[in-house]
Write a protein that binds this ligand. Structure first.
Ligand code: SAH
Length: 230
């Protein structure tokens, strides 16, 4: 993807987003506008090729997801990321997707990241401070918290949108409980090979679940297990 891009960061970021659309990964104008505003280079470690469509190591045995996965998840959640809505990003890592959520739900909404590695929470806040979403972080509609994301983040529940950026063996019950009726959760479920599941909570509280695609994410696990690489 790099070779198609020239110019400064934000132009190259735009070229990456345009290419994802050309490849048919997504077609939402709102998602494109959001991804164009959030320069991916601010969220990857220095020296990492920011605009290549691949996951990249960010330390602590984890990766920032590939741009096509970010785009796909944003599009799957788009209707639940309207201005004023509440969004939860479990395993927020670099903060990239939380920043996108915050721009989509706007200052009247809530975008909440939960990440269990405190150092990643600190660096994700620094990343966001350099990005288009900095104002929302300052104003308070965007926050990133240290915690076990399997417990969700009850403070701002119920959520219209929940994204889980790490693979669970099964869907954690607290996340189901914190999903609003009419809300949607996108979560990879499985062991080594996983299904990206789209979980819709109907207005009567029942769930409709479908598999969107096969994926490979790092595990949603305990901090100790992750740091031991198991
Ligand atoms: N979506 C993010 C990160 C993906 S990697 C991005 O693209 O930047 C998955 C993240 O989930 C990692 O940062 C990992 O530390 C975190 N994680 C794994 N298990 C977790 C748990 N139980 N609670 C909170 N975060 C968790």
């Amino acid at each position: 993807m790099e070779r198609f891009s020239t110019g400064n960061g934000i132009d190259r970021n735009k070229a990456m987003v345009e290419q994802l659309q050309r490849y048919g990964i997504f077609n939402s104008k709102r998602v494109a506008e959001t991804m164009e505003k959030v320069d991916r280079a601010l969220f990857v470690p220095d020296g990492t090729p920011a605009y290549v469509d691949s996951p990249m190591a960010i330390g602590y045995n984890v990766t920032i997801s590939a741009p096509h996965m970010h785009a796909m998840c944003l599009q799957l959640l788009e209707k639940n990321l309207q201005p004023g809505m509440h969004a939860l990003d479990v395993g927020s890592g670099t903060g990239y997707l939380t920043a996108c959520f915050a721009l989509m739900v706007g200052p009247e909404g809530r975008a909440v990241g939960v990440e269990h590695i405190p150092e990643l929470v600190t660096s994700s806040i620094q990343n966001i401070e350099k990005s288009e979403a900095a104002g929302l972080l300052k104003q308070g509609s965007l926050s990133i918290n240290v915690g076990d994301g399997r417990q969700g983040w009850p403070e701002f529940a119920p959520y219209d949108a929940i994204h889980v950026g790490a693979a669970a063996r099964e869907i954690p019950q607290p996340l189901i409980d914190q999903l609003k009726p009419g809300g949607r959760m996108v979560i990879p479920v499985g062991n080594v090979f996983q299904d990206l599941k789209v979980v819709d909570k109907n207005l009567d509280g029942s769930l409709s679940i479908r598999n969107e695609t096969s994926v490979r994410y790092v595990p949603l696990t305990s901090r100790d297990a992750q740091l031991q690489g198991s």
